[in-house]
Design a protein around this ligand. Sequence first.
Ligand SMILES: O=C(O)CCC(=O)C(=O)O
Ligand SMILES: [Fe+2]
Length: 296
Amino acid sequence: FREVARASSAEAAMEEKATQKAAAEGNPSPELCLRIPGDYAVGSVPTVLYVPDFISQTEQSQLLHHIYQAPAPKWKILKNRRLQNWGGVVHEKGLLPQALPPWLTKITDRICQWTGLFPSAINHVLINEYHPNQGIMPHQDGPAYFPVVAIISLASPVVLDFTPHGKLRELEHTYLQNTQSDELQESNGSYKVEGTKEAGPASSSLLLMPCSLLIFKDQAYTDFLHGIQDNELHNLDKVANISQCPQFKHLSHDYSPGKADSSASSEPSGTFRRTTTRVSLTCRLVLNVHSKLFKF
Ligand SMILES: O=C(O)CCC(=O)C(=O)O
Ligand SMILES: [Fe+2]
């Protein structure tokens, strides 16, 4: 028994050391993994998790360094953003894999380990770069991906919107017309209650600060579109996590003590102006990996 006790106290000491080391490096503690599902859930859309400061400032600089060191052809230029694809080519039916570089696996392995939400290692990362007037239109991620998305934000804050997609809105509309049940809507926080005809699941937005981690899955993955508006001014009214963004709280309409501050801002109240370029890492898992390029 003494040996067991000694072994477990040694383990506890090692764990404690690891926690201290992680904290010293600016990483979240290993307990984060156990807390993610509950403590980090935000907004009315199930399930969206927001983790501020998931990576350190040093890690942010290292990531940006690697991203901007990539040769020019690595960038794919689109109308409203440019992107780098890491991990291989994603097809409708799976992934033609290419190993992720260590500077990415350092982050993706931590996401897997600490969230506990991926059945195997993240094997695909899309890096998007947006200038202040660029965005990504509302969309749903493709069928090849395991339905949990992890997004690391770098360099500039941005507002990401979740909007229910048409199919779902139609269904809700039909259902509500058939049941005419106001009670159901009132019992469910994710429904706007504006009379039975207009009711539908609410849209919601999140402010993604540099170094943060966003996770979305479940209904947020299947029933909502996500997108970023392509204008410099972003509205903070529907932002569900404003209380977790201390630098922005005073700009929000809901925050009365800061009203004097917000009137000092040159922007319309309840908005913020993007002034710098944002970079994001969309980290996902493709379960179906082709082991051979060609089959004979
Ligand atoms: O940049 C972002 O935060 C979103 C990116 C995204 O939705 C995607 O890559 O599919
Ligand atoms: Fe997406």
